[in-house]
Design a protein. Structure first.
Length: 413
């Protein structure tokens, strides 16, 4: 029995206390103690484990794929690249491909163009619809991997961007191209992009990129400040930051605002694809240090309730962890304590150490999957999949995914 179901059962029993007689009535104090103390081994916080949005979410095994590596100015070379990708991912034992639908050739995490016809950004090439169809033919589900806020629209749209306060409390531009989720004009543009995506291709889900964050110094744009004032906050981030109680409420306000906006985008897509599933990237820090919701505007329990799948960026090399295995174990323990459906919790591993600019040995990735599987993680993804250079090694990944598909648990060496 989960903490949530136990709590509801106890409340129901207490509510019927006038009907109870004899020894049963003596049980009431015990019930009340359990209710207020939250006595359960997996309870991570006052609310206990939370139900996932999708109770029927099944284990996912996914590769996150860059269409930037499929694209080539030479159409014949592009076809060769697509053939390599298809041969590889269709043979790995995956359930899902998280397929990039936007072009980011300079790697700044913002969409400069799109891989489908649209009314907002340049179309680099009409790649996403055809690749998604090809992957469907070999039995894979396809999630469109898309930014939520980061779209490079040009200088004429600078008034739509997120703003921050600097160390001298001045409002300044951020270093990226995120549109403020509080600006109606920006929201309208992003909804148009998602509408064009939905109309152009057949796919099974949306994966919201890791650009959907707001730090404890953001958003200070005029539209955001007006939204804060309307919600009862001072229209001044410096004043909010100077009050711990306000800071906590403001952080949760931003977390929920991003979730609401993502749901509005899903609503646009579901007009064309009613059964579409949802997923969103979540940084590890808000799980390991819940107070850091203030730095990201992200929350695991709220994500679990909002999306079918929460993609935990389980990337110890990126996070500069001193002990990778210990860090992953702690992350898994704390994450699984929050959910009543572990399948909806996808741990995404990195196959490249971007800080050192070197590949991570496939043996390490396989070992991490097995370690996390022992901690109760059953859904996995990895990024990037370098199909041009067979990294991670296809044979090794095929074996570990076969074990997970067959037994639900990877075999130990």
């Amino acid at each position: 029995m989960t903490w949530l179901s136990l709590k509801n059962a106890i409340r129901a029993l207490i509510g019927r206390r006038h009907e109870l007689h004899g020894w049963t009535a003596l049980f009431i104090p015990v019930c009340f103690f359990l209710l207020v103390s939250g006595c359960t081994s997996t309870r991570p916080g006052p609310a206990g484990p939370v139900p996932s949005r999708s109770a029927d979410a099944t284990p996912m095994l996914a590769a996150q794929v860059d269409l930037d590596y499929v694209y080539d100015p030479d159409i014949r070379q592009q076809e060769k690249n697509l053939h390599l990708l298809t041969q590889r991912v269709c043979s790995l034992g995956l359930t899902t491909v998280l397929l990039q639908a936007f072009a980011d050739p300079d790697g700044n995490d913002a969409a400069e163009a799109l891989y489908f016809p649209n009314h907002v950004l340049p179309m680099r090439r009409n790649l996403f619809p055809g690749v998604a169809e090809t992957l469907h033919r070999c039995g894979l589900k396809v999630y469109a991997w898309m930014p939520m806020l980061a779209f490079t629209l040009g200088r004429e749209h600078e008034n739509l961007l997120v703003r921050k306060i600097d160390k001298s409390d001045k409002i300044v531009p951020t270093a990226n191209h995120r549109l403020s989720p509080f600006n109606p004009a920006g929201r309208k543009i992003i909804r148009q992009i998602y509408k064009d995506l939905a109309r152009s291709a057949s796919f099974d889900g949306i994966l919201f990129h890791d650009d959907a964050v707001l730090s404890d110094y953001e958003d200070a744009s005029p539209a955001a400040l007006a939204a804060y004032k309307k919600a009862g906050f001072p229209a001044d981030i410096t004043r909010i930051r100077g009050n711990d109680a306000l800071m906590e409420k403001w952080s949760r306000f931003k977390t929920k605002a991003l979730i609401r906006f993502s749901k509005s985008l899903l609503g646009v897509v579901r007009r064309y694809h009613p059964a579409i599933r949802s997923g969103r990237d979540l940084y590890a820090r808000p799980i390991l240090q819940p107070k850091s919701e203030q730095w990201f505007a992200q929350s695991l329990p709220l994500f679990l309730q909002a999306y079918d799948y929460t993609f935990v960026l389980a990337m110890p090399f990126m996070e500069k962890a001193e002990n990778n295995n210990s860090w992953l174990t702690t992350l898994a323990d704390r994450a699984t304590a929050w959910t009543v459906n572990p399948s909806s919790l996808v741990f995404e591993l990195q196959t490249v150490d971007w800080r050192r600019r070197k590949k991570i040995a496939t043996s390490k990735t396989v070992a991490q999957i097995k370690l996390l599987n022992r901690q109760g993680i059953v859904s996995f993804a990895y990024y990037p999949d370098d199909f041009l250079r067979n990294h991670p090694d296809a044979n090794s990944m095929r074996r570990v995914f076969a074990e997970l598909n067959t037994h639900g648990r990877a075999q130990q060496p």
